[in-house]
Design a protein around this ligand. Structure first.
Ligand code: API
Length: 276
């Protein structure tokens, strides 16, 4: 199979974008792993496959695959890059785009200077829907990991996130603790793990160990989940500049039941073809 693709990134969270509308694409977890491999493939954190919508009221469907081949529900940085990709490829000229994902329908607004705003929907906090094993919903939960107890927030943005507060993200044990929590039995679908340092009520720093990938330079749904968890704990206002290793996202959330809005940049790097 000859596959045309575009390499893109959102703050260094990098993607192989595949147009499954103008080309026939048949992917398997093994093929995704092959494409995502940074030594023998193209290399990416996620592969994003654009398809025609199944719902006539939306413009597109897009499917999200982690580098380990797992298909997942949502990708914040990917949603922004998707919006730019479909316009660059002239699949639409709309500036407001509705796209169907495994997590539901997202509304994307293309702005000037490659910025895109995404209505990420309302966060899901009921433990069983994250999913996370806990008897009652709370702002945070004690979680035992290798004999130590950590205080974690549990939030779904369509995909599951654990959020830990740290004093200094540069010193956070992202690789070791992130990996241990990613596969913790109380997160039955595994989990993305965010390490959040609050600087002010409108400013924070974040590093994310992503489910199915490891630490990435940025995680859009992770920034949304971290802001929600911090706001539930009364630590931030309704708009926060969240700076990740790859750059800064603006996250807005008025409060429970309301949608989270994420705004940030997109970048298109190169076009290519791969023979699989
Ligand atoms: N690793 C995530 C999917 C990609 C999320 C991230 N790249 C973003 O920008 O939200 C998961 O397994 O749920």
């Amino acid at each position: 199979m000859r596959l045309k693709f575009t390499k893109m990134h959102g703050l260094g969270n990098d993607f192989v974008m595949v147009d499954g509308i103008t080309q026939r694409v048949k992917l398997s977890p093994e093929k995704v792993r092959q494409i995502a491999d940074r030594h023998t493939g193209i290399g990416c954190d996620q592969l994003l496959l654009v398809e025609a919508p199944r719902n006539p009221d939306v413009d597109f469907r897009y499917r999200i695959y982690n580098a380990d081949g797992s298909e997942v529900e949502n990708c914040g940085n990917g949603a922004r890059c998707f919006a730019r990709f479909v316009r660059d490829r002239r699949l639409t000229s709309k500036e407001h785009i509705l796209v169907e994902t495994a997590a539901g329908i997202l509304e994307l607004k293309v702005q000037e200077k490659d910025q895109v705003s995404v209505d990420m929907g309302a966060p899901v906090l009921e433990p069983s829907d994250v999913p996370f094993q806990a008897d009652i919903q709370a702002e945070s939960y004690p979680l035992e990991v290798d004999g130590e107890t950590y205080n974690v927030g549990a939030v779904s943005m369509g995909n599951p996130h654990a959020v830990l507060l740290v004093d200094d993200v540069t010193k956070a044990p992202v690789d070791s603790l992130g990996a241990a929590i990613e596969s913790h039995p109380r997160f039955p679908a595994r989990v993305n793990v965010g390490f959040l340092q609050i600087e002010e009520r409108g400013k924070a720093r974040l590093r994310v160990f992503e489910r199915g990938v490891g630490e990435t330079r940025a995680c859009g749904t992770g920034a949304c989940a971290a802001m929600v968890s911090a706001r539930l704990r009364g630590l931030v206002d309704d708009e926060v500049q969240i700076t990740l290793p790859g750059g800064t996202l603006t996250i807005h959330w008025p409060g429970p039941g309301e949608p989270v809005t994420m705004t940030g940049p997109t970048a298109s790097v190169y076009h290519g073809q791969i023979i699989l």
